[in-house]
Design a protein around this ligand. Structure first.
Ligand code: ADP
Ligand code: ZN
Length: 292
């Protein structure tokens, strides 16, 4: 059985055809311009592929509530051309198949839970640290939506004493995304993160902010595993720094088997940057199941 997968990002749309076991058979990328221009191209790609369902992991904020009149719409996104535009309706109508939708980060979390390092666990969080910061949450065996969906990239954090300028988030300034996204690193140090590998102070601040956020997520959501993905987390030296700081900040308040095995608790994404698109396959499969 073939399933369509669409990772709908603010700069590009990754479209793929895959199988139930998560195998990707083919994949293309289409630039994200306006909905009027982009959606017909997406339909054009998927329409003759004999897929039985489509799963979409979307940039947001996006309405993922299937009961809502604006299900599938992009909401108050900074991507103005997409604000209050329907991402899903046109695709669903043209393709005539079940369509599953969630946030891109919930999609990645689902990919890891279904096919990757979090298989079999019932509470997991997936955090991407890239152009923005997003958090996908799997709790008690399901993806968390609540009133909208989690926006865990924007939790407020205290500034590091040696961070002169604070954060760059236009909404909150000093939130995780404002402090720790790729653009935040670039704004603070005047160079792209990848060019700052040999400066320990860069990663000291970065791991301090990420660790604080993880402590908050651990205390509120009690995840059994925390997965860190996105471009910035390709800096693997961050992992031991983050693990040590998390334990230091928790200060012995929680003692679980998981926290006693930090190398397997705070981990990199395990699916070679395919966690998002593979999660979309599972979103498609879930939509197909729900339609039967
Ligand atoms: P996006 O978030 O746009 O989907 P990425 O997850 O690749 O895409 O994130 C892009 C951000 O990550 C950029 O700010 C870039 O500077 C940073 N980045 C990409 N690769 C690396 C790397 N190897 N090391 C550190 N930072 C990186
Ligand atoms: Zn913010």
């Amino acid at each position: 059985m073939l399933i369509g997968a669409l990772e709908a990002g603010g700069t590009k749309m990754v479209c793929a055809i895959g199988k139930e076991d998560g195998t990707i058979l083919e994949q293309i990328s289409i630039p994200t311009t306006t909905p009027e221009e982009t959606i017909p191209k997406l339909i054009g790609y998927f329409q003759d592929k004999e897929i039985e369902a489509l799963g979409i992991g979307a940039f947001g904020p996006v309405d993922v509530n299937t009961e809502s009149g604006t299900f599938g719409y992009i909401l108050d996104s900074p991507k103005l051309a997409w604000r209050h535009k329907d991402l899903v309706g046109g695709l669903k109508k043209a393709l005539g198949i079940p369509v599953g939708l969630d946030t891109d980060v919930n999609g990645s979390c689902l990919g890891e839970v279904t096919y990757g390092c979090a298989k079999g666990l019932d509470s997991v969080i997936y955090i991407t640290i890239g152009t923005g910061v997003g958090v996908g949450v799997w709790v008690n065996g399901g993806l968390l939506h609540g009133m909208l969906h989690p926006e865990g990239g924007h939790i407020f954090l205290p500034r590091h004493l040696e961070d002169p300028d604070g954060g760059i988030c236009p909404y909150h300034r000093n939130c995780l995304e404002g402090f720790a996204s790729g653009p935040a690193i670039e704004a603070r140090w005047g160079k792209k993160a990848v060019e700052l590998v040999d400066m320990p102070e860069v990663w000291e601040l970065e791991s301090y902010y990420i660790a604080q956020a993880l402590v908050d997520y651990i205390l509120v959501l009690s995840p059994q595993k925390i997965i860190l993905g996105g471009g910035v987390m390709h800096q693997e030296q961050l992992f031991p720094m983050i693990r040590a700081k998390v334990l230091e900040m928790l200060n012995g308040y929680i003692n679980t088997e998981e926290l006693g095995d930090m190398d397997n608790y705070i981990v990199p994404a395990s699916l070679k940057d395919n966690q998002g698109i593979m999660g979309c396959i599972k979103l498609g499969l879930n939509a197909l199941d729900a339609s039967r």
